[in-house]
Write a protein of this length. Structure first.
Length: 83
């Protein structure tokens, strides 16, 4: 094997090792929190070309769905009053 071929093989090996090491170092994915999901939804509707009425309607739906979840969580945590 001549010197050029050895140099090329070494360069390709180094490049392959570097690429594989970079791929393995990505952080572990985690699920979004409820607040992050709500923020992503709001940002999504801001990027769309909606009329002001449509934007406000969708924004209220997003905000209402998150507030209903909070009410549901509180209701489940507290026992109902019987009497």
């Amino acid at each position: 094997m001549n010197t050029t071929a050895r140099l090329l093989l070494a360069a390709l090996s180094a490049t392959a090792i570097t690429v594989l090491t970079g791929c393995a170092s990505h952080p572990e994915l985690r699920p979004y929190t409820a607040e992050e999901t709500r923020q992503l939804q709001l940002e999504s509707i801001q990027r769309q070309s909606l009329s002001l009425d449509e934007y406000e309607l969708r924004k209220r739906v997003i905000e209402r769905s998150t507030s209903q979840q909070a009410v549901t969580d509180v209701a489940e945590a507290q026992p109902a009053i019987k009497g």
